[in-house]
Design a protein. Structure first.
Length: 388
């Protein structure tokens, strides 16, 4: 079945389990965490806190609940029973056995302070991203491509990327041929995530209507080709930031800080291009196409680097006058562009970033199948699929 395709997180997850007594796997709701453990890795026992009876049993006495279980134990949606984290802490503090517990969640464990404190020094964290191009096409993991500049030819053409960009990497909409099913899927998914997961993360005072307003203001900015900062939202900045942080905790939104050599503020963007495409109601324009491509290419880079075990601090670059540079990776500025016909303006922006970062090279990533590595001008042109 399509959703059972191998996920490239598995090898990194196994490395984490060889060292840490607890392994956490977080990511978007329905991104494939349950399938990963039940069908791909085959770990058991497998328990889920989505089951009311199981959760009630754990809430009654988390320590007694764990004492009845065998290890290694997988607990799905563990954040729904916070008491479990102290109970797990108690078990692993008595006997630290690597790979004893696997805890999954559709919200960040660090979003709740008591959970974060229980896990410190005991857990290796993993994030399962939406499916990459290689996962969707059942291609091998290409660790040699997890460098900002390499010499390998692209494995995938523009057509394949363009198809997956509009569908994203969530298994159900990615492999659904019926556009109507994909639309209904995202409608239900957003309603469930905002109504339940986000409310749980935000806590007291949660306003579902305002959360939706913030989300769709982000969409409006994306339609204009913008990854906005807090100042670009038309609502109260303090309140907006709190809701954006909550949306980030349930992985709907990602953020990028500006490199310290730049002058920009944190930017925010949707975490899946298929989600963005659906929320934009499948509108078509050059700015929308480029926004979707930027989201997808960034996700490809971040997911593959994480699966390769790279602990990179991701940033973007913005000077006082120049246009934003999408990504700074090991001090290499990378700008994702929508056309390779006239690149003078984009080249000047990358060159300015390159000089500010004191980097030897900079890259433009665009709709091409050819790799032109930096030479005299220090700026190279590579395909969108260069890192896939």
């Amino acid at each position: 079945m399509p959703h059972c395709r191998k996920r490239h997180l598995i090898e990194f997850l196994k490395k984490q389990a060889s060292f840490w007594p607890v392994v956490g796997v977080v990511g978007l709701r329905q991104v494939g965490k349950s399938t990963l453990f039940r069908d791909l890795i085959g770990l058991s026992p497998y328990l889920t806190m989505d089951d009311d009876d199981t959760r009630s049993d754990a809430e009654a006495s988390a320590k007694t609940f764990l004492a009845r279980q065998e290890t290694p134990l997988v607990i799905d949606e563990a954040q729904k029973c916070p008491a479990l984290f102290d109970a797990v802490k108690s078990v692993v503090d008595r006997k630290r056995v690597p790979g004893s517990f696997y805890l999954t969640g559709s919200s960040s464990f660090s979003a709740q302070k008591n959970i974060q404190e229980s896990l410190t020094g005991r857990i290796g964290m993993c994030e399962l991203s939406p499916m990459t191009l290689a996962e969707a096409t059942e291609s091998s993991f290409a660790a040699e491509r997890i460098l900002p500049v390499h010499t390998h030819k692209p494995r995938f053409g523009i057509e394949r990327l363009s198809l997956q960009t509009t569908r994203g990497g969530m298994p159900v909409p990615l492999f659904s041929r019926d556009a109507g099913i994909r639309v209904q899927y995202w409608k239900n998914w957003i309603a469930t995530t905002l109504g339940r997961d986000l409310a749980r993360v935000y806590g007291r005072g949660y306003d579902a209507d305002f959360a939706e307003k913030v989300l769709f203001e982000l969409i409006r900015q994306h339609e204009q080709g913008v990854f906005p900062t807090i100042g670009d939202f038309k609502y109260d900045a303090r309140r907006t930031k709190k809701y954006l942080n909550a949306l980030r905790s349930v992985f709907i939104v990602r953020s990028l800080p500006c490199h310290e050599a730049g002058t920009g503020k944190d930017v925010f963007y949707l975490s899946d291009s298929g989600m963005a495409h659906a929320l934009m109601k499948h509108a078509v324009s050059e700015s929308i196409s480029l926004t979707l491509t930027r989201i997808f290419v960034l996700n490809e880079i971040f997911a593959n680097a994480h699966y390769a075990g790279q602990a990179t601090r991701w940033t973007y670059f913005k000077s006082r006058k120049g246009s934003p540079i999408d990504l700074v990776w090991n001090d290499v500025p990378i700008k994702i562009i929508g056309s390779t016909r006239r690149t003078g303006w984009e080249e000047r922006a990358v060159e300015g970033a390159r000089q500010a970062l004191q980097s030897k090279v900079g890259l433009l990533a665009g709709p091409t199948d050819h790799v032109t590595l930096p030479k005299r001008r220090c700026i190279g042109l590579v395909p969108w699929t260069y890192w896939s």
